[in-house]
Design a protein around this ligand. Sequence first.
Ligand code: ZN
Length: 228
Amino acid sequence: MHAELIAIGTLAEIDTERDHLAKEISALEAARKQAAAAEATASTELEQARAALGALVGIEQEANVRLSEHRHRQEQAKRALEGAFGSDAAQRQLDQSRALADQDETAILDSMMQQDGARLAVKAAVAALESARAARAAIDARAPVEIAALRTRLAAADVRRVPALAALTKDLQFRYDSVYKKKKTAVAHVVDGSCTACQMSVAAQHLSDLRRGSSTDPCRGCGRWLLT
Ligand SMILES: [Zn+2]
């Protein structure tokens, strides 16, 4: 291979490593953010489940207060009817308070049935929050250590990149940066006569020139330098 291609290949290898390390760092940072967001969501869902249960308990309590009032009025009406002054008004009061008491009893039963479901929902939300907290604690414990190790490797790659870049002429450095930015990787390999990046076949003469080191011509399909 041509010396220029060997130098480009060395630089490209370092850049691939740097990109890989940067991606791993981003993934860990994203995982931490995601775990924190999942915990916040689980916490909100638990609050909502508790509020829903609280509302149902409130409905039951209010219905109970009304129910005892209706029963009190029922007793009053019964006494009035049993006494000497039994009247239509007392009968109406008895009928009305019985009907209202029925409504409240139904409301209490409905609420109690719904509370069973709401309690299960609270229990599930507590479990979900616990598991979200554990997941967050786990990623928070390991990510900073792993990120620090990756940053150390990244810094070392940055150091190695300086002489690797300096080995190229200014013109070649400029072209390398341009291809690297556009294509993510500036080089491709030739396998079975084809470019591994774009699959275009490399002419036999071109391949032979690359191997003899008499050519640095890039792939005609994708413009990357070809390593053989
Ligand atoms: Zn190609």
